[in-house]
Ligand binder design. Sequence first.
Ligand code: HMG
Ligand code: MG
Length: 301
Amino acid sequence: EPARDVRIVEVGPRDGLQNEKQLIPTATKLALIRRLAAAGLQDIEATSFVSPKWVPQMADHAEVMAGLPSQDEFPGVNYPVLTPNLKGFEAAMAAGAKEVAVFAAASEAFSQKNINCSIAESITRFEPILAAAQAAGMRVRGYISCVVGCPYEGAITPQVVADVAWRLRDLGCYEVSLGDTIGVGNPASVARMLEAVGARVPMAQLAGHYHDTYGMGAANVHASYQMGVRVFDSSVAGLGGCPYAKGATGNVATEDVVWLLHGLGVRTGVDLEALVDCGAWISAELGRLSGSRVARALLAR
Ligand code: HMG
Ligand code: MG
């Protein structure tokens, strides 16, 4: 396993694909996951155990889990999955998940649209998940959506994000991923948010999850890195968008994050060339141009 200074959590197979209108064959999802693992990604969010009525694209979650590469093939790779409630957690366990993630929001309106409950109710729903995961020796990651802005409420107060982050940490989440769901953050607003959150939860337990809607994803990764964040979520070819955040585009592209970090002399353990090939392949499968400027530049070279 190559040395790395930053951990990249590849969310393409989940965040990247969840909003695709056409149902993508399970085999394509599994081929994507294999190529990502072959490119050196060690944390690959595989699917989500949410309601198929709400997110039809993730309805094949159990089949995806059953087809994941073996630990012999790619030793040490983690395949976390999203679980909104105990029902999802139990299904994820039954499907063989070894790591799960719960997801909250810093906006009441977004919480209602996304998971049909208030922020406080969501925390209450997560309690039995954390208890069951702890009993099974599993790690649980916590997400917060709308850490800078909300599509329904507008600007979000950093202190609110800090409160939710503290609660997720208090519940037992090993890491809290801070989601700029609609990509409205810039290095100044992201820094204000991180300053507030960092006062309640150690930087070592925070991750940046920045969508690239306004093209600020890489700038926000850089600003966060300078403030001490060492875990970033990204999506190959910049795939994605949230079904409950209209107009929001994908995550910052993994190729762009790797290019940025390698340019800073920061090790990621990712093979950029293999990653660019993977991004070109999935973009072709979906019939679109890659959302990664770095990938497009490297492919034109
Ligand atoms: P609900 O309708 O309030 O749930 O949905 P309920 O408990 O009232 O149950 C209603 C029905 O759903 C029942 O079935 C349940 O069995 C079923 P029925 O009796 O009607 O046949 N159900 C489930 N089925 C499968 N899996 C489950 C499950 N739970 C209940 N886990 C619920 C509540 C949370 C389930 C729903 O709102 C939901 O699935 N939401 C998912 C939303 C989602 O996936 N959003 C995208 C991911 S989050 C994201 O992208 C943001 C992130 O990237 C960070 C960022 O960028 O900000 C993480
Ligand atoms: Mg997201």
